[in-house]
Design a protein around this ligand. Sequence first.
Ligand SMILES: *[C@@H]1O[C@H](CO)[C@@H](O)[C@H](O)[C@H]1NC(C)=O
Length: 184
Amino acid sequence: QMVWESGCVVVVMLTPLAENGVRQCYHYWPDEGSNLYHIYEVNLVSEHIWCDDFLVRSFYLKNLQTNETRTVTQFHFLSWYDQGVPSSTRSLLDFRRKVNKCYKGRSCPIIVHCSDGAGRSGTYILIDMVLNKMAKGAKEIDIAATLEHLRDQRPGMVQTKAQFEFALTAVAEEVNAILKALPQ
Ligand SMILES: *[C@@H]1O[C@H](CO)[C@@H](O)[C@H](O)[C@H]1NC(C)=O
């Protein structure tokens, strides 16, 4: 319903469905064919495994009240566990590039979720916000202030020191990549 009401076309999922047998997130899409959720029919159109760390699913949504249909793409990062960090910044940055390439030019919100929407989601959103600011040519980047701004809106965003360090490392890595790509 939130996807529908916000006109969302890109969903970022940062948790596996279960960790050590403990459910992390509701399985809100069909593994094949279609499922009905309230008045929304969700059809799985495709599932593309990009690498060990993430896959991309495409859904066809139908609102049975209006018969309106839409397409939604879900980017699912599989190897980031609760309270932890991804095994490499490279895979997460690669993942983010694919998300933003798909989103490009749109103005609807991207829905980002994990299990509690704070640790992993906060870390991803922090990295994405900082890199987007950089891409827009911000003269000054203050990562701690950006996190504070995020936490004003949702407490607990970025839960561990390791997650904050991961965000800093990911930003540094991207800056390095930009520097390397500059004409000599
Ligand atoms: C939606 O489609 C069904 C089946 O074709 C039709 O019976 C119904 O009247 C349609 N509803 C609207 C709101 O167009």
